[in-house]
Write a protein that binds this ligand. Structure first.
Ligand code: GAF
Length: 388
C-alpha cells in the first residue's frame, strides 16, 4: 500500500466508525517545503515553496441537523461539535480552532454552510515547519465548497480562507505562502510567488535534483509569539522608512532611512530586503539548472536567518553547516519554515542525498538526544478532490 492509500484507509475507517456511513467527498491538500524566501510573504515579497507528497485529507458528508461533527483521527479520535449558524467560539484545543476558523471565514464571506460530518487525517509531520495546518485549512476549504456546491470558489479562495482562519481564530499572523503553495502548486515544480499580486510562476525542478527534508528533532516552540514579534518589527521598519511594505525597499534605500530606526528592526528589514532578491535569483538559477548558484543562495539565506532575522538555533546551524560542507556546490541546504526548530531542506544532485542521510544519521542528534528524521520529497500538486 502506498503512503497515500494508507492515509485514505485510516481516514475512511475513522469516518465510518464515527458516523456510521461513508463520506460523500474526500479532498487532499499537500504540505509544503519552502526552498527559499523566509518571512518575506507578509512583507509583500517573494517566496519559492514547493508542495510535497505529505498531505492532509478531509472526508465529508452532509448532516440534516445543521451541526458540524468533527473527528480528528490524528488526535486520538478526539471530536468537536458546533453549530456553524449559531455563535461559536475558539477552544483551548488548537486543532479545533483550525476547523472553527475555516467555518467562520466562510460565514464572514456571506456563504451559508450546510451541516456536515467531517473526518481529518494527515501525514504531514506536525510542528516541523512543513505546513500541516495550512494543508488542513486548504483541504477543509475545498471540502466545504464541494459539499455546498460553491462552484465559483477557486484554490486562491481556499488559501485566503485558510489564512484568515489562522490569523483570526488560531492567533498566528502568518502570511499567504503556505496556503497558496498547498492550494495552487503544480507537480514537478516549485512556485515562484509574488505575495503582493498573488501571481505565481511554476518553475520546473530538474529531475536530476532531489529534495530531502530533515527534521532536526527539535519541535518548534513558542512559535506564534516570536513569529508575531518578527512581523511587528518588519512593519515598524516599513513605517519608519515610509513604504507600504519592506518589499518596496532596496538595500540602499534601507541604509538611507536607517538612522533613527531601532537596530534590531533594521537587521530584520535587511534580511527581508536581501531575501527577496535571493528568491528571484534562485528562481532563475533553478530554471537554468545552476546548482552552484542555488547552493550559494541557500547558504546566504540561512546565514541571514541566523544573523539578521535570528530565527535559527545553534543545533540547526551546526546541522546546516555539516551538510553544506558535504554538498559543496552540488546542492543547497538551509533551515526552512518559520524557524525556532523544525526542518532543514536539501535541494541537491540526487546521488548526494543518500550521502547526506548517512552523514546526518551518523553525526547529528538534537540537544536532547532525539535522532533526526528524513523525508525524501517529490514536488507535488496542490489541493484536489479524490475519486472515491
Ligand atoms: C510560516 C508562516 F505561516 C508563513 O506565512 C511564512 O511567513 C513562514 O512561516 C516564514 O517564511 O510558515
Amino acid at each position: 500500500m502506498t503512503r497515500r492509500d494508507q492515509l485514505l484507509a485510516r481516514l475512511l475507517s475513522g469516518y465510518e466508525n464515527a458516523f456510521e456511513k461513508g463520506p460523500e467527498i474526500v479532498v487532499a491538500a499537500p504540505g509544503r517545503v519552502n526552498l527559499i524566501g523566509e518571512h518575506t510573504d507578509y512583507n509583500d515579497g517573494f517566496v519559492l515553496p514547493c508542495a510535497i507528497n505529505y498531505e492532509t485529507m478531509i472526508a465529508i458528508g452532509p448532516r440534516s441537523d445543521g451541526e458540524f461533527r468533527v473527528l480528528a483521527c490524528d488526535q486520538n479520535d478526539a471530536q468537536d461539535r458546533f453549530d456553524p449558524r449559531a455563535k461559536f467560539s475558539s477552544q483551548s484545543d488548537e486543532w479545533k480552532n483550525h476547523v472553527r476558523g475555516i467555518a467562520a471565514s466562510f460565514l464572514e464571506r456571506g456563504m451559508d454552510l450546510t451541516g456536515a460530518n467531517i473526518a481529518i487525517a494527515g501525514n504531514v509531520p506536525q510542528g516541523a515547519g512543513l505546513s500541516s495546518s495550512a494543508s488542513l485549512g486548504v483541504a477543509l476549504g475545498k471540502a466545504l465548497a464541494e459539499l455546498n456546491g460553491l462552484t465559483h470558489m477557486s484554490p486562491t479562495d481556499f488559501a485566503l480562507i485558510a489564512q484568515q482562519a489562522e490569523n483570526d481564530f488560531v492567533g498566528c499572523a502568518c502570511g499567504i505562502m503556505d496556503q497558496l503553495a498547498s492550494a495552487r502548486s503544480r507537480e514537478g515544480t516549485a512556485m515562484l510567488l509574488d505575495c503582493r499580486s498573488l501571481e505565481s510562476k511554476a518553475i520546473p525542478i530538474n529531475p536530476k535534483l532531489g529534495l530531502l527534508v530533515i527534521h532536526s528533532g527539535i519541535r518548534r516552540g513558542l512559535v506564534d509569539s516570536a513569529y508575531n514579534e518578527r512581523r511587528v518589527q518588519c512593519e515598524e521598519a516599513a513605517a519608519h522608512c515610509q513604504v507600504p511594505a519592506l518589499r518596496d525597499l532596496t538595500l540602499d534605500q534601507l541604509d538611507a532611512c536607517s538612522p533613527g530606526l531601532d537596530p534590531v528592526s533594521c537587521r530584520r528589514a535587511r534580511h527581508v530586503v536581501l531575501e527577496n532578491a535571493r528568491v528571484l535569483a534562485a528562481a532563475d538559477a533553478l530554471e537554468n539548472g545552476d546548482v552552484a548558484m542555488i547552493s550559494r543562495l541557500m547558504e546566504q539565506s540561512h546565514a541571514s536567518m541566523r544573523d539578521d532575522f535570528e530565527i535559527t538555533l545553534p543545533a540547526i546551524d551546526g546541522l546546516v553547516e555539516r551538510v553544506s560542507g558535504l554538498l559543496g556546490n552540488r546542492g543547497g541546504v538551509r533551515m526552512t519554515g518559520g524557524g525556532f526548530g523544525g526542518c532543514i531542506v536539501v535541494l541537491a544532485e540526487t546521488p548526494m542525498l543518500g550521502q547526506v542521510e548517512n552523514l546526518v544519521s551518523e553525526k547529528y542528534r538534537a540537544p536532547d538526544g532525539t535522532a533526526p528524521q528524513f523525508y525524501p520529497c517529490q514536488p507535488s500538486a496542490g489541493v484536489a478532490r479524490l475519486e472515491l
